[in-house]
Design a binder for this molecule. Structure first.
Ligand code: PLP
Length: 747
């Protein structure tokens, strides 16, 4: 598998807040330590003494950089250890002080946008040491700056206060002088930790001139190795070793010191002390870089909004959102353009929204769509120029998917079925020639649908709903208003179906779309108005939009006022009678990311439905209705209308290990079909060979077009979308595999 259409491009790394590369001088220093200066700093012989000298000279430099004339400066394994040490030290001191411990109100305060290492550490040790304090977040404003009044109000009851110098997601820089004044005006004794991880090299720190008690740092955020960090402890601040043992670091932190790590820090500290800024750019230059990148982003994505306020942020972090794009989609796009950025915080990459932006009170869509672009002070003008070019190329590639914000038309014509999803809601666009039908539109996808329809120059002949939805309003009225034309409200019923549709080849009222027919079959049960829309060529049915009548491994719930479980029993039998067993069923919800199903697949995965459809069924409609009611009762109690699950789903989610291929496994397979399931724009930016491009939204159409039943091997960027595709195909009974680890691990 190799890149084809574009020359192989080097990676542009814009994720410095997650970690940085190691600077060349540090790599050399580490190599030297590994080869020659490998001694144990505790050994009294010459090899040990040399090692000790390297360690102590690095510590001296660190003291200069941090303005830490006195107090302890300890080498740690990283900031998380530094945070543990600070919290354990502070809380152990509290524990030893009865007056503090017996106070009626005890608070442990932390900034609401703090890295999770901080609140989680506070909660952990608060419980383990039996301090029994309340762990409370200090609110922040829209810029991410701490609420100083809140601090003033609560500092008197605080045992420890943890704040940060610079936020890792937004780059927001706290005014530490003002925070100090707020704390100390109320509580001169309270122990104060400042997480300085993202501040090192980006702001001046004169720690000894402050009343900060603890300040953790991390090497890998500023061009040193992973596994090395530092902790500053103010002279006289309580201290308990977090790691006891052989007494290294004057007994403050035992364990043989990480000399390669310490060696890797030294050139970084030297660079920070270099008045000529030969390695690191001056703040003004970094600000100019940020302005240039921001300009390129705004040009590439008109309507883009920045989530961080540059006026209060360090110049090396930009956090933005583009309406209509989830952050994962932009991450996939940037990755295909070989630009590495991050969605929200790298440490919580499973999360779909940013708790930092939520705490700042930004609108939900900005939090869900947040992308962080961050660089270090060693950034060069050439890298910035290249990044800007690449950002514009990436946005341009969106035109291949009709997703460019300013795109009028495209020559790449979509035909057939497009499956769009918003959360668990599915919406379909069916295109034939220059005509299309929309099925089950939902509001969050309105813009996306309008964009596709306009850029493809499509004429919408119907906007249909499979039933009156219980959990959301149909977006059909919105779409009709946006698209106008001949979509007259009065000529259609409340589900958008034309009042005077002729009979089609299935003997049902039908709409003609190119060579295909969409026939309407009433399937009451989930609601009394539910219909299935059968897609056929002549009388050969290929697929059906089934609303909530059949879900992947489940059935639509029948506990709404207009539901009828008995009617559902008959509708299921009627539908199964009409549909070929392998024809695709396209539900209105997809709670488990299974994309599509078929009656054949449901026979295997849907026990109740299998019983309804069994050739010699012993299940009568009353028993079905009773079992169905019991299943509905077991559904989670809905918290809000949008959380109503429209049916029970039961599913087996695992691929067999032999379906997860490595590149070597793939090479051994005989003539499989290689299917790229990335979006079209990713495919255009980084073409990887293969036989077909079928993004998840087009996989149903790919199946509709396929005659052969060859094994399918799906691949994508990281292996997560290809896993979804392989699972969905396997459920249908196809022989499907995926490339484990995606393109990222198999180049
Ligand atoms: N604090 C902040 C602000 C961070 O950004 C990070 C890492 O992302 C940490 C703490 C944890 O650092 P380490 O990886 O050195 O444990």
């Amino acid at each position: 598998m190799g890149e084809q259409s574009l020359p192989c491009q080097s990676e542009i790394y814009l994720d410095a807040n997650a970690t940085t590369p190691v600077m060349p001088a540090s790599v050399s220093a580490v190599q030297e330590v590994m080869q020659d200066l490998f001694g144990n700093p505790s050994s009294p012989h010459m090899t040990g003494l040399r090692a000790k000298h390297l360690m102590e000279s690095t510590r001296t430099l660190a003291r200069q950089v941090l303005g830490a004339k006195d107090g302890h400066l300890i080498f740690t394994s990283g900031a998380t250890e530094g945070i543990q040490t600070a919290v354990v030290s502070a809380l152990s001191a509290v524990k030893a002080d009865n007056a503090l411990l017996s106070r009626p109100r005890k608070l442990l305060l932390f900034g609401a946008t703090e890295h999770k290492a901080v609140p989680n550490t506070l909660k952990h040790w608060n419980q383990l040491l039996g301090i029994d304090a309340e762990v409370v977040a200090i609110p922040v404003n829209q810029q991410g700056l701490l609420d100083l009044d809140f601090i003033r109000e609560h500092a008197g009851d605080a045992l420890m206060i943890c704040t940060m110098a610079v936020n890792n997601e937004t780059g927001a820089r706290q005014d530490l002088k003002a925070v100090e004044e707020a704390i100390r005006s109320q509580n001169p004794q309270c122990l104060w930790m400042v997480d300085c991880v993202q501040g090192l090299g980006k702001m001046s720190l004169a720690l000894s001139q402050t009343s900060i008690d603890y300040a953790p740092f991390s090497g890998h955020k500023l061009y040193a190795m992973k596994g090395i960090g530092m902790l500053y402890v103010r002279q006289g601040a309580p201290f308990s070793p977090f790691i006891a043992g052989g007494g290294q670091e004057k007994g403050l932190r035992s364990g043989t010191e990480n000399l390669p790590g310490i060696a890797s820090l030294k050139p970084v500290l030297e660079a920070l002390l270099d008045p000529e800024h030969q390695s690191f750019r001056a703040v003004a230059t970094l600000e100019a870089f940020r302005a240039q990148l921001a300009g390129a982003l705004q040009q590439a994505f008109p309507g883009l909004v920045f989530n961080n306020d540059f006026a209060v942020s360090v110049p090396t972090t930009l956090n933005f959102a583009v309406k209509g794009f989830a952050s994962k989609e932009l991450l996939d796009l940037f990755d295909a353009a070989n630009i590495r950025v991050s969605s929200g915080s790298a440490c919580s990459s499973g999360a779909t929204r940013s708790f930092v932006l939520d705490a700042m009170g930004l609108p939900a869509w900005q939090s869900e769509a947040a992308v962080r672009l961050s660089f270090g002070p060693a950034m060069t003008q050439e890298q910035v120029d290249q990044a800007c070019v690449r950002i514009l190329e990436a946005a341009e590639a969106l035109k291949h998917s009709c997703r460019h914000p300013q795109q009028a038309h495209t020559d790449e014509k979509i035909q057939g079925l497009v499956q769009l999803k918003s959360g668990a809601d599915c919406c379909y666009l069916l295109v034939a020639g220059d005509q299309c039908v929309i099925v089950d539109p939902v509001s969050p996808l309105t813009e996306r649908l309008v964009q596709i329809i306009q850029c493809q120059d499509l004429k919408v002949i119907a906007i249909l709903d499979s039933h009156g939805h219980g959990d959301h309003q149909s977006a059909a009225p919105q779409l009709r208003a946006r698209l106008g034309g001949s979509l007259e409200e009065q000529q259609v019923d409340h589900l958008g179906w034309p009042r005077h549709a002729a009979q089609g080849p299935l003997g049902l009222p039908a709409l003609k779309l190119g060579e295909q027919w969409l026939s309407r079959l009433p399937t009451p049960g989930h609601t009394d108005d539910a219909v299935a829309l059968l897609l056929s060529k002549g009388s050969a049915i290929k697929a059906a939009f089934v609303g909530d009548t059949v879900l992947h491994g489940g059935l639509g719930r029948t506990d709404f006022p207009s539901s009828d479980a008995h009617a559902l029993f008959h509708s299921l039998r009627l539908l199964a009678e009409k549909m070929p067993a392998k024809a695709l069923l396209l539900p209105a919800h997809d709670y488990d990311n299974l994309l599509f199903t078929s009656f054949e697949a449901e026979q295997r995965n849907n026990p109740l439905l299998a019983e309804v459809l069994a050739p010699v069924s012993t299940l009568d409609e009353d028993t079905f209705a009773a079992r169905k009611t019991a299943l509905d009762d077991a559904l989670e109690c809905p918290q809000s209308a949008s959380e109503i699950r429209c049916g029970v789903t039961l599913t087996d989610r695992a691929l067999r290990p032999e379906q997860e291929l490595s590149l070597e496994d793939l090479e051994r397979m005989q003539s499989p079909l290689l299917v790229d399931v990335r979006e079209s724009h990713e495919h255009h930016l980084q073409h990887l060979g293969g036989d077909a491009s079928a993004p998840l939204s087009r996989l149903a159409q790919y199946l509709l077009e396929q005659e052969e039943d060859k094994p399918l091997i799906c691949y994508c960027r990281s292996g997560s979308r290809s896993q979804v595709a392989a699972l969905a195909l396997t459920r249908l009974g196809r022989q499907a595999y995926h490339l484990k680890g995606g393109v990222a691990l198999n180049r």
